[in-house]
Design a protein around this ligand. Sequence first.
Ligand code: PLP
Length: 511
Amino acid sequence: MRLDWIQWKRYAKSKKTLIFGMTDSVSHPEESLDPADWEAFRALAHRMVDDSLDHLKTLGERAPWTPLPPVVRAALTSEPLPRSPQSADRAYEEFLTNVLPYTNGNRHPRFWGWIQGNGTPLGMMADMLAAGMNAHCAGLDQAPKLVELQVISWLAELMGFPNDSSGILVSGGTMANVLGLAVARHARAGFNVRELGMQGTQEKLTVYASAEVHSWAQKAVELFGMGNSSLRRVPVDADFRIRIDALREMIAADRVAGCKPICVIGTTGTVNSGATDDLDALADLCAKEKLWFHIDGAFGALARLVPSLAPALKGIERADSLAFDLHKWMYLPYEVACVLVRDRKIHEATFSVTPSYLTDEGRGVIAGGLPFADRGVELTRNFKALKVWLSLKAEGVDKFARVIEQNVLQARRFAERIVKVPNVVLSAPVSLNVVCFRVAPPSLSPEQQDALNKELLLRIQETGLAIPSGSKIAGRYIIRVACSNHRSRWEDYEALASGIEALLMAGGLTR
Ligand SMILES: *Cc1c(COP(=O)(O)O)cnc(C)c1O
């Protein structure tokens, strides 16, 4: 017997009984997760927006980072599974007291640690709108697909890529780089990696990057089953740029040893010091050696928006694939990054799989296939493109370019200011927006200086003065101020410099 939906409901009702083991809707009202009282929910939702905006508006009045009080830590780690409702209002109150105040500080005007983004109020609202739409962004044929394709073509234009380039938005620079390297391997391995995997060759595939390459590259070659030893770390020059002569020699030596070089990774904006490799020279070398040219431009690529900075990135437009974040130096809320691939066919050939339940029928919801499922490894994806689209339209590219340039000028000015503090020396040239320095009183040994700088950094963070981060350059501990913050004003940098001076003076370390 075949029943249509109406007949089925009538049948179920007449039976007043269990169907497939479930109680029918007559004896038990059906539920959903929409609010029972939309007006009460609307009031709460408006409060959430107001509170978030108030918090953002007053960030600078608080310390950038506050250690988590033990009671809050306990409250957040020992709560039993909530089996019965506590109400949205109460849960939200707890968010306000226990969660919202305790972030790592990256939205604050005096945050310059690692390379982090600050987020924007418009980006926050765009993420809310995207969550409200809850669009499934594998590429189903609706407006969100077109918005993402539009954003990718804008980004390709900004990076000097051809307008028929391929690309996809992903969660971050790591994922964007991983996808780029996967395409590189597919294109240059010389055998069918998709079918055979790494068992398909006796040759060792090798990939080249400077010794300053970000840690994503090691994770990627390990994930791909190529092993950490397949990532060749090429020495850098005094400006922390990859040494082209050393790279050429390593490739030649590997070929002699029976390896198969497939890809060179160039970096614009190294994570330690913000250095940019000679991208033109790398593009020439890759063309000559028939290697894939991938660029990690996580934050550095955005400097291409600024006319005065773009020449230093010459050659970026020649990459086969380019990865960059929009949640770092384009300031948008986490998460969003992009990978561009010059050749769409190779990009899609790396990932595309079409199971019977996802076939393009030429019409209907799945018309045109699922372009984003074909350009990466994820199927269900959220609507990251909306915040990029809204922000670029609202502010215009030139506004972003001005704020990026402002950060570079702030970095240069801060470098000039911080070396006026007695015993402070720069540890790397300020090639972009990162200032690396170190307090080096001649009366202390290098090891004692390391300990001093580490202690100084922790006090700067813990006293709520500011958030720089630490690292090592040439084996020595350094303090790093990365200017990728659209909220910082010169007075914030000045506060850090004079705060450091005061801390050193208190320790008798300015002589
Ligand atoms: C931050 C960064 C990455 C990783 O990007 P995520 O967005 O954190 O995944 C890769 N490379 C460089 C140079 C970076 O600065």
